[in-house]
Design a protein. Sequence first.
Length: 451
Amino acid sequence: MLQVLNPATEETVATVPAATPADVDAAVTRAAAAQRGWAAAAPADRARLLRRFAAVVDAHVEELARLEVTEAGHTIGNARWEAGNVRDLLDYAAGGVERLNGRQIPVAGGLDITILEPLGVVGVIAPWNFPMPIAAWATAPALAAGNAVLLKPAETTPLTALRLAELALEAGLPEGLFQVLPGHGPVTGHALVTHPGVAKIVFTGSTKVGKSLMAACADQVKRLTLELGGKSPNIVFADSDLEAAAAAAPMSFLDNSGQDCCARTRILVERSVHDRFLALLAPAIEEITVGDPSDERTRMGPLISRAQLDRVRSYVPDELPGIRGKAPEGPGFWFPPTVLTDVPADAPHAVEEIFGPVAVVLPFDDEADAVRLANATEYGLSGSIWTRDIGRALRVSRAVRAGNLSVNSHSSVRYWTPFGGYQQSGLGRELGPDALTAFTETKNVFISTEA
């Protein structure tokens, strides 16, 4: 059994049976049978059912949001957005079903066409930091492309996934097409990854686990998409709107209590405005309301677990200089908003992913120095650039090795645009107009026209 705790109270809110390897095997058999009928259905019928699924999710947004608050400790505002994002992803993917086109390629002696065909059964391993939307990033386009989906949620956050599977059946999706398999990574996850009936794995999580999944998939040459860790820079130039940059900085790394691969946890500030920026940042950090995630006024909730709290604490000894906000005391996995200052650029908390509400501020001298610091990490997922100079914005965007950058903004993820990382932040891209093709095989057919 999986024990689900409320991170804000440490109370047990549910126990969920963990799927065994035998359960995974049976689920693959059911999924493969359902997928054949689903792929054979008219594209308009698949699109219609996905839109119906989106409508059913929309009718249950508040219920799903409250589940997310309970199992993940997300603020209610964030949780409502996440449930709505699942709805929007299903709607967006449904729009691609009838536009999943092949090509006609000019050749001599006949006609050459390409056909995009579904892979079959897709395994999705979702993380605990954004249980609903990240599960939908893969599930929605995979279903739209004609595949079946087996979703393994994180051990700590299975409740919203299980409810989404119920809503899929309520919407009329075929039995067995979308199944949820809660369980432990080394058991349920491993069985899913190594099963010969699963054509592709989509994983979001740590770089360490992602590497192990790559090795497990290699034996079967299994397709794999990975969205892994990050240590994203927030580059603030002296010519930027400093007040706006300082006001936006806190939630760029405190959103979801810092448990976000795209969190801007390295704030790089041009030396000439470094002190001024810190003076603006301090009150903004101290004003962040940390507390009951179900309270509409709360901007930051707890960390997900005791283990995660211990990990964050290990990076932030009390003697380190910096700016610290306030957090509740007593039950719950609370850690205050923290900005570390006067730390070496190569210190562990400056280069390693902490996955908590902790950022460092590092000064830089010029544009080249900013780029050097931004790239001084093994990751390359996201980042921000604050400047009024559009030429500089473009130069730095080209020079920073990251998959998703924002200028004068901290926005990283839109379902209309591709998302993914460089280096050890991952492999492949999700979302955007090409999301469905990532779940297809390209078949080439030549038809001779010669007599």
